[in-house]
Design a protein around this ligand. Structure first.
Ligand code: FES
Length: 242
């Protein structure tokens, strides 16, 4: 099992404690504060229900899957080269945490919440103002590509550094989805690291979520067993990127 370890802040942001995802159990919720939450261990599958294979993912192509709730979208991405390791990050409230790095043989597989922490822009089936801009492509949000860009107000995030903010008004990194790649190359989501915006999102988009899922409880349902994972360009009709 190829695991991404991570660190958790305890007691107001001064003490960093290493935690292995293999040790994640419910009791850690209570002990370890708010910046890591274990959810169901969920396998990423394609639209036919077959496991997504790490080796088959094309580099620099963003995929979308919903986790840990039925309506909360995330990016899955293989970056162009290996990611950094043990990146120190800071949430909006000043709490520090450490993102351990990408997973997979080439340490290039990452997953982040696709809900922008500035004003909650996110991909929808109709359009997406947030996307990954490949290396070599231009964006108004940053001096070069290889970044996740929210084109609503031009925030840029570094996918190789825990989605650290590189520019724009975003107040904190995108929350990271903690993923693992097993020996078969199958991919699993196990939790969320960082400050997420799930509850703001549920509150702000209640009417839309109600309409789409017919029931807000369905939108807030915890994902179990598997999560359908599709390329962003198939998930949404239009990608808007500046
Ligand atoms: S909502 Fe993403 S930058 Fe404003």
């Amino acid at each position: 099992m190829d695991r991404r370890g991570f660190f958790k802040v305890i007691g107001g942001g001064t003490l960093l404690v290493a935690v292995s995802p293999s040790l994640i159990k419910g009791y850690l919720y209570a002990q370890s504060g708010e910046l890591f939450k274990a959810y169901e261990k969920v396998q990423l599958v394609d639209d036919m229900g077959q496991p997504i294979l790490y080796s088959k993912l094309k580099k620099e192509v963003p995929y979308i899957f919903q986790y840990p709730y039925a309506s909360t979208p995330n990016f899955l991405l293989r970056t162009d080269t290996k990611t950094l390791k043990e990146v120190k990050l800071k949430a909006e409230d000043g709490t520090e945490y450490v993102w351990k790095g990408g997973v997979g043989k080439e340490r290039d597989l990452v997953a982040y919440s696709a809900i922008c922490p500035h004003q909650l822009t996110h991909p929808t089936p109709n359009d997406s103002f947030i996307t990954y801009v490949p290396k070599g492509k231009k964006t108004m949000a940053y001096k070069k590509g290889g970044v996740i860009v929210c084109s609503s107000h031009l925030s840029a995030y570094d996918p190789k550094a825990g989605a650290k903010v590189l520019g724009g008004p975003a107040p904190q990194p995108l929350a990271s989805i903690v993923i693992e790649v097993d020996k078969k190359g199958h991919i699993w989501a196990v939790g969320v690291l960082g400050s997420d915006k799930f509850h703001d999102y549920f509150r702000s988009f209640k009417p839309e979520l109600k309409e789409f899922y017919r029931n807000i409880r369905k939108a807030k349902k915890i994902v179990k067993v598997s999560a359908k994972t599709v390329p962003l360009k198939e998930y949404t009709k239009e990608i808007i990127q500046y």
